[in-house]
Design a protein around this ligand. Structure first.
Ligand code: ASP
Length: 410
């Protein structure tokens, strides 16, 4: 049986176990099943894949840059990647706002907004994140898992290795071997994925307040519908028209990574798997994958942007605030920036939502309304977040291949 199917089975069984225990034996779930079975399974798996993230980003980007060899190619790939990231994120928010304005999830029921309280945590300003891309101390960046800073450090090392050539050939070889080793470990850890997925999903679903889900059903439906539209229209369209490939094959090929993203709610933690899958099943070269995907896992969050778009409209409706066209435009702009500033770890999208709400003077307390169901939506949006990165990787690869072909024929 292949891994994707096993992960899917783990996912479904986990959902069933969590749901059944939540509805029939909540005490058993909170007292025994969750702390002694589900949580440990999930945590062991999460740690196993998280421990591979820093070495993978470091090694693969050094190799990627060294493999590209020339800075022109690097600049070209970077430009294509960033244009794709920004435009798909903007489209994602526009889709989500239109859907929420048409369906009006916040007006369908009267929400009690009087008791809503939410303490907004201070979100790091996007500008600061961008300025701090260059780490003062690369070891600190690695110790704290600051992916953007690790990327910057690795690019510098890769660049130096190319320039020094034979002098540092031994070091380059060492990085190559390190990369092979980490990729092998990814494969090994993935054997545990179906059990880890089972634990993570059972824990997440079992600890959900079913009443919260019932009350927030319409909001959840709108978010999920927008996520699906982004996948089916924007990504599939891009794969079909820009990369001239079959979208269904792409989705099927990438499914194991989506399963892991869904269960971990973390783009960063999924990175080792999503890179492995893109390279082995989607025909993306190591150099393109190792640049596009780690960068995407940190700055390209279309799923998160969708949640923020729907949530903003939902909160406006629940608090009876009318937003003007200009205010919607501000929401699009701030949500694009917020999704760049969102780290690829669970739940951060909600913190950045505060920034989006503040930009149009909506009450941040409104977040309290959607807090209860955010765990489930975080799973879904993370799956979309990393699919956007993979879509970009496939398209950049295809356009690089086409360019090579053209130069050969010229
Ligand atoms: N969990 C998301 C991710 O890792 C970020 C978020 O929306 O909270 O991609």
């Amino acid at each position: 049986m292949n891994l994707a199917v096993k992960i899917l089975i783990g996912l479904v069984l986990g959902a069933i176990a969590g749901l059944v225990l939540n509805l029939t034996a909540l005490d058993f779930f909170t007292g025994i099943a969750d702390p002694y079975i589900f949580e440990p399974l999930g945590t062991i798996f999460l740690n196993l894949i998280n421990l591979l993230v820093v070495p993978i980003v470091l090694f693969s980007i050094i190799l990627g840059v060294a493999g590209l060899g020339d800075t022109k190619k690097m600049g070209r790939i970077a430009t294509k990647t960033i244009v794709f990231f920004l435009s798909t994120t903007a489209i994602a928010i526009i889709i989500s706002i239109i859907l929420a304005v048409v369906i009006q999830p916040g007006s369908l029921t009267e929400y009690d907004t009087t008791g809503a309280t939410f303490e907004a945590k201070e979100a790091p300003p996007v500008w600061e994140t961008l300025i701090n891309i260059i780490p003062k101390n690369p070891f600190e960046a690695m110790a704290t898992g600051n992916i953007l800073q690790i990327i910057a450090f690795a690019i510098l090392i890769g660049f130096g290795l190319v320039k020094l050539g034979d002098k540092t050939a031994g070091l380059l070889k060492l990085v190559e071997q390190g990369n092979d080793l980490v990729m092998y470990l990814v494969m090994l850890v993935m054997k545990f994925a179906p059990y880890g997925t089972f634990g993570l999903i059972a824990s997440a679903i079992g600890s959900q307040g079913m009443d919260a889900i019932r009350a927030m059903g319409m909001y959840m439906i709108v978010v999920v519908a927008a996520l699906i539209l982004q996948l089916v229209i924007v990504y599939s369209g891009a794969i079909y028209f820009l990369a001239k490939q079959n979208p269904w094959k792409f989705i099927k090929g990438f499914a194991p990574a989506m399963g892991i993203a869904f269960s971990t709610s973390s783009s960063n933690a999924t990175l080792p798997v999503s890179m492995d899958v893109a390279q082995k099943r989607l025909g993306v070269s190591k150099s393109v994958s190792s640049f596009v995907q780690p960068l995407g896992a940190t700055i390209n969050m279309d799923g998160t942007a969708i949640m923020q778009g729907v949530a903003t409209v939902f909160i406006a409706q629940a608090f009876n605030v009318d937003l003007s066209f200009g205010e919607y435009a501000i929401v699009v702009l701030t949500a694009v920036l917020a999704s760049i500033g969102t780290a690829g770890v669970p739940g951060v999208g909600l913190i950045l939502l505060a920034t989006v709400l503040q930009s149009v003077n909506l009450p941040v307390e409104g977040i309290a309304l959607i807090l209860g169901v955010d765990r489930l939506l975080d799973m879904s949006r993370t799956a979309l977040n990393i699919t956007g990165d993979a879509t970009c990787a496939v398209i950049v690869q295809e356009s690089e291949d086409r360019r090579k072909e053209k130069l050969k024929n010229a």
